[in-house]
Ligand binder design. Structure first.
Ligand code: PMP
Length: 406
């Protein structure tokens, strides 16, 4: 049974006040709040098992190593990867994409093509631009339509024998668009191109099955799924991870080092140089346990209700325009909107005075804002711990802001 009050009680921050009002946290797209189980586990790690991993013969080091590796296995099961060594710990989505882009520098030659979409976060654009500068490869962009959805016929036209990698997000952070990634992956594979999926905005809402998707890489961030900041996962198919060179050199990632020749460790360690965020990696497993205990079915049901309710109520406000798919089954619980003649930043400042946290601006997706010819939007992004009552507060807050600013 999904008991929203019980769920909310798991998140200590949700009972605090902001500017004298109860916090209404609608900036979940930027980062999620953390349940007590996650917060407590961080303290527990430092109180009970803190030690460096993979090195010591002593008991604490073994305990820390076991907990870290058990978390890796938990994450493997969660995303249904075939092998545990296909699951690499990173510091987040950005790191994962940069790791793959850097690796492709040894594969690409001038004239090869990389496809991204017009819906990408800057962290799935800039690493590929840097790669193009290094290799002479060419970046091509899958266009979007007025609903903020990819134009699949254009995608098919862009794919060619020169396409070496396609990098697209599963869900857009700026508009909430749910992309048909299975179809994108299958089409890319017909041209033998690899596919990287940026799952930063998908993993808070669904459980990806990387084998069913058949993606070559899938990246996401721990901090958006109730886990600690500075954690993330790069899933890569074994064959690809064996093909790519290491990203960083250092301790942990070697087999043998001499001044003449160094050889690298097996997967996953080849890509995990240096002392990692040990407690973060362990606690990311705790966060995934927490979400699975809530249940992704429940999460989706609650978020779909919030999205439908908020969309209906906000659209009653004259002059308010929502960007992104109008068919709510093609988007997640994100509402990106503007009000005629009012700057999104001003709305955000007034909402904050009422204790309501939303994001304003370009959401690290400037090309989308350019497409719609706007400076930015107000983005309210919901989580399963949000309520209809909070949406009522948002709607009355937006009405008040509109009155004050027009
Ligand atoms: N891609 C998408 C779609 C995102 O929403 C984000 C975070 N806003 C990122 C990538 C980057 O994630 P991080 O900052 O955690 O590396």
């Amino acid at each position: 049974m999904f008991d929203i009050q019980k769920i909310r009680a798991d998140f200590p921050i949700l009972s605090r006040q902001i500017n004298g009002r109860p916090l209404v946290y609608f900036d979940n797209g930027a980062t999620s709040q953390k349940p007590k189980a996650v917060i407590d586990e961080i303290a527990e790690y430092y109180n009970e098992i803190n030690a460096n991993i993979h090195r010591g013969v002593h008991t604490l080091s073994q305990l820390a190593t076991d907990a870290y590796e058990a978390s890796r296995e938990k994450i493997r099961a969660h995303i249904n990867a075939e092998f545990t060594h296909e699951v690499l710990f990173t510091s987040g989505t950005t790191f994962g994409i940069n790791l793959v882009a850097n690796g492709f520098a040894s594969i690409l030659k001038p004239g090869d093509e990389i496809l991204v979409s017009a819906l990408e976060h800057h962290s799935n654009i800039v690493p590929w631009q840097l790669l193009c500068e290094r290799t002479g490869a060419i970046l091509k962009v899958i266009p979007i339509d007025e609903n903020g959805e990819l134009i699949l016929s254009e995608y098919e036209k862009l794919l060619s024998d020169n396409t070496k990698i396609v990098a697209v997000n599963h869900i857009s952070n700026a508009l909430g668009t749910l992309n048909p990634i299975k179809a994108l992956i299958d089409k890319a594979h017909e041209k033998s191109a690899a596919v990287l999926i940026d799952g930063a905005q998908a993993t808070p809402h669904l459980k990806p099955d990387v084998q069913e998707l058949d993606c070559d890489f899938y990246v996401f961030s721990g901090h958006k799924i109730c886990g600690p900041t500075g954690t993330g996962i790069l899933y890569g198919k074994e064959s690809w991870l064996n093909k790519l060179p290491p990203y960083q050199g250092g301790g942990e990632m070697i087999r043998e080092v001499s001044f003449e020749k160094t050889t690298y460790a097996d997967l996953p360690h080849k890509f995990e140089a240096g002392t990692p965020n040990i407690e973060g990696g362990i606690v990311l497993g705790t966060a995934i346990d927490y979400l699975n205990a809530v249940g992704f079915g429940n999460i989706q049901e609650q978020e779909r209700d919030l999205l439908a309710y908020a969309t209906e109520k906000l659209l009653e406000i004259e002059g308010l325009k929502i960007f992104g798919p109008t068919d709510l089954s093609r988007k997640t619980a994100v509402i990106s909107f503007n009000i005629d003649g009012i700057h999104p930043y001003d709305i955000g400042v007034i909402l904050d005075k009422m204790g309501i946290a939303v994001r304003t601006g370009h959401h690290c997706a400037q090309p989308i804002m350019s497409f719609f010819c706007i400076p930015g939007t107000v983005r309210a992004s919901f989580s399963f711990y949000n309520t209809r009552e909070e949406i009522d507060l948002l709607v009355s807050g937006v009405k008040k802001a509109k009155m004050m600013l027009s």
